[in-house]
Ligand binder design. Sequence first.
Ligand code: URA
Ligand code: SF4
Length: 212
Amino acid sequence: AYDASPFVPARAKLPGLRRAAAECRGCPLHGPASQTVFGAGDAKAPLVLIGEQPGDQEDRKGHPFVGPAGHVLNRALEEAGIDPERTYVTNAVKHFKFEHVPERGKRRIHKPPNLRELSACRPWLAAELALIDPEVLVVLGASAGKALLGSSFRVTKQRGVLLPCPAIGDYQGRGDCLVATIHPSAVLRADDREAVFAGLVSDLRVAVRALD
Ligand code: URA
Ligand code: SF4
C-alpha cells in the first residue's frame, strides 16, 4: 500500500520533518508535482488548520494556502478574530494532484485525493499534530475530514460543532477540540458567495471560542 511512514524520521522536530517530506515517495503524487508543500506557521500554535492538498500556486511556491483559497481563508480568519501568527496551516496531502484537460490548454486542474492517497500521507499529518498538539484543530472540507475522522465523514452533517480530536499515529488526540467546516475554495465556487463565506466565518468562531 502507499505509505509515507518509511520516510518520516523518528524524533524529528518540524524543520527535520519538512526536510524529510521533500524526499517523500510514499505515493505516486510526488511524480507530476513540482515539490512537497509542507505545513507552515507557528510550531506552538494553539490552532491548527488542515486543508486538502496544495493547489497550483502552492505547488509552484512551496507554501500552503498562498493562492485564491488561501486568500479567502485569511479573510475568514481575520473576520473570525483569529491572529494568523498564532496558527499553523497544513494539508491532508502534501503534493498537488492535478490533470490536464485538453480544452483548457496548459492549465493544471485540481483533482481531489482519494482515500489511498489520504491514508498514505497521514503519517506526515500525525507527526505535525504530535509535535504541535494544538488546543483546537480546524478541518477544512471533506478530504481533511476524511483523513482525520474516516471515510464516513460528511461536512454538511458535522460542521460547526466541537468534536473529539481523534488519535492518529503518534498524535494522542484530545477531548472536544476539532471543528470541521467547508473548504475555503467552496466559497469561490458558490453562487451565493456571501452566505457561504459567512458560514465559514461562523464555524471558525466556534473554534475561537474553544481556545483559552
Ligand atoms: N487548498 C488547500 O486545501 N490547501 C492549500 O494549501 C491550498 C489550497
Ligand atoms: Fe508522500 Fe504525501 Fe507526497 Fe504522497 S502526497 S508522495 S505520501 S508527501
